[in-house]
Design a protein around this ligand. Structure first.
Ligand code: SAM
Length: 275
């Protein structure tokens, strides 16, 4: 890719702009452009697409997305030190890269999308990744502004995203993702693929929104899963006591002796709709 886009190797960029990784910003950079290609290709064809990238850092994934034909990349980066390196990429792809310096958690992505279908691709800072995903899954307006999410997580978080009933990793995140999206883990990335290497294996998760998820109020679903998984080892009759207990379960035709991890997404929605 370095030869393909004519931009300097990422290692040189990092040295030149003194971008030594900051732990506080979850900075673990991918310098191998073959790997960034594999991540970006997980999002499907990028030809002519508008892509939002969170945390571009020195820009390895950013330039890959542009080289793969994205018409426009909007990248939100909190670390001002990365801006000159990103400006260099912007100059190489005139008019196609917009960099917003700021906190992704405070960014209104829907407003930025402005009605365009958007693919979101990111090697997310681990400390904010799950919260961003939840934000993107919770809007009242559905289908959402994004057409796909291709995101990197710690493997354990990826397992929670794709988990379904009966799975040890099944919990609130799995119910929310299963309700509104089709999610799968695409491939793992070992720690040594990053600079500096994190402690754990990462995984790339790809999500597409369900066009017609079961009708359900997100706040009510949250209330049910919070109660049920708050005491996941207990029987439902005990764990959902605060929101209606046995009477609620009877109306939903769910055995009160079952535990949260055995309930399907459809059953959680059924309970939520009775609140
Ligand atoms: N995309 C680059 C790559 O793949 O090599 C860097 C990924 S690094 C894991 C995470 C990036 O997110 C860092 O550049 C970090 O500065 C940035 N970041 C951390 N917290 C952020 C936040 N709240 N909003 C936007 N960017 C953030």
């Amino acid at each position: 890719m370095a030869a393909l886009d004519g931009l300097p190797p990422l290692r040189d960029v990092i040295t030149r702009y003194e971008l030594d990784a900051k732990k506080s910003l979850g900075q673990n950079f991918i310098l191998d452009l073959n790997l960034t290609q594999k991540v970006a290709r997980t999002a499907g064809s990028l030809e002519g697409a508008t892509v939002f990238e969170i945390g571009p850092g020195p820009g390895g994934l950013t330039r890959t997305i542009l080289a793969l034909g994205a018409e426009k990349v909007v990248a939100v980066e909190r670390d001002a030190r990365c801006l000159p390196a990103l400006a260099e990429i912007g100059a190489h792809y005139p008019g196609r890269l917009e960099v917003i310096e700021g906190d992704a958690l405070k960014t209104d992505f829907e407003a930025l999308a402005d009605g365009r279908p958007v693919k979101i691709i990111a090697n997310l800072p681990y400390n904010v990744g799950t919260q961003l995903l939840v934000n993107w899954l919770l809007p009242r307006q559905w289908p959402p502004f994004w057409s796909s999410l291709t995101l990197m997580f710690q493997k354990e978080v990826g397992q929670r995203i794709v988990a379904r009933e009966g799975d040890n990793h099944y919990g609130r995140l799995g119910v929310l993702c299963g309700w509104r999206a089709d999610a799968h883990m695409a491939f793992d990335i070992p720690p040594q693929a990053f600079t500096p290497p994190p402690k754990v294996t990462s995984t790339v998760v790809h999500l597409e929104p369900r066009m017609t998820p079961l009708p359900c109020d997100p706040d009510k679903l949250e209330r049910v899963t919070l109660a049920a998984f708050g005491q996941r080892r207990k029987m439902l009759r005990q764990s959902v006591k605060s929101i209606g207990g046995e009477a609620l379960l009877a109306r939903a035709e769910i055995d009160p002796q079952r535990r949260a991890e055995t309930l399907s997404v459809e059953e959680f929605c059924r309970i939520a709709n009775l609140l």
